[in-house]
Design a binder for this molecule. Structure first.
Ligand SMILES: [Ca+2]
Length: 274
């Protein structure tokens, strides 16, 4: 409903009425969303055609960032990450051994779930380790650790997020062993130890340039790569709706790639928001 690019904007939410997990309306929303991800919930679809439904009806927050303009007033760049005005992208790490970088929004959001999209590229090197959309339990970027930058090797598998608290959707381009299902997979990850809560090894290469969409409800995650569903899995929901910082991380090890992100947008809130 907004056409703003090159900057971050937010629609601050009107506090929604308290709804409990067992509330029938919540159950109905979830059921409809899982059956038809492409359409709005029934109560929104039933609105008169000339009525604009505010995005904040359910306490929703919308964030959009193209990275065409300098993002540093809105995002913190950590470790090896740089912004390129020429590229209109954030380069999370340079194409060199044992690099890691991250970029995080400076403002945290209470997050029951979200629907987010972004573009990325993993190019120019020999193919490792990957990048991730991260939502970390933190209230400021200086609470986030990005491991593996210049660490002398052995930490590329962490993709710049392991050791924090929260979750990530990773684009993993190298089989590091451990829990990796292969060297070309999408995973829903636990930040603290880098374990895969869900994953899918794909046949089409995740290197190159791709469009990613992630829909996370707290109890379910679906990931699309270039419009094709790549991962769809139920999850154990977190105990509460924590306050998360959104961002991206990436890393290299003994193999490399430039890892770039741009065209990020997200609607954050309960499933009625998206
Ligand atoms: Ca890996």
């Amino acid at each position: 409903m907004f056409a703003v690019s090159g900057c971050t904007f937010e629609v601050l939410g009107i506090e929604p009425p308290a709804r409990q997990p067992g509330d029938a309306s919540v159950t109905q929303d979830l059921a409809q969303a899982s059956e038809d991800l492409g359409s709005s919930p029934g109560d929104m679809a039933a609105a008169p055609a000339d009525m604009v439904m505010p995005a904040d009806l359910f306490g929703c927050v919308t964030v959009a960032e193209s990275f065409a303009s300098d993002p540093k007033s809105r995002w913190s760049l950590l470790q090896d990450a740089t912004w390129s005005g020429t590229l209109g992208r954030v380069r999370l790490n340079t194409v060199a051994f044992t690099k890691a970088g991250g970029i995080f929004l400076k403002k945290a959001e209470v997050t029951a779930g979200f629907d987010a999209s972004f573009r990325y590229s993993a190019t120019g090197g020999t193919g490792a380790d990957g990048l991730a959309l991260v939502f970390a339990e933190a209230t400021a970027p200086n609470q986030i650790t990005v491991p593996g930058n210049g660490g002398g090797g052995g930490e590329g598998w962490k993709i710049g997020y392991v050791g924090n608290t929260g979750f990530a959707v990773e684009i993993d381009t190298y089989d590091s062993g451990g829990g990796d299902p292969g060297g070309n997979h999408v995973g829903f990850m636990k930040l603290s130890d880098g374990s895969h809560l869900a994953s899918a090894e794909l046949s089409a290469s995740l290197r190159g340039t791709h469009l990613v969409r992630v829909r996370y409800t707290g109890s379910h995650v679906t990931v699309w790569i270039d419009g094709t569903q790549a991962l769809d899995s139920a999850l154990a929901p977190p105990a509460a709706s924590p306050t998360y910082l959104f961002g991206f991380t990436a890393a290299t090890g003994g193999l490399t790639d430039n890892h770039d992100v741009w065209d990020f947008s997200a609607t954050i809130g309960p499933p009625g928001c998206y």
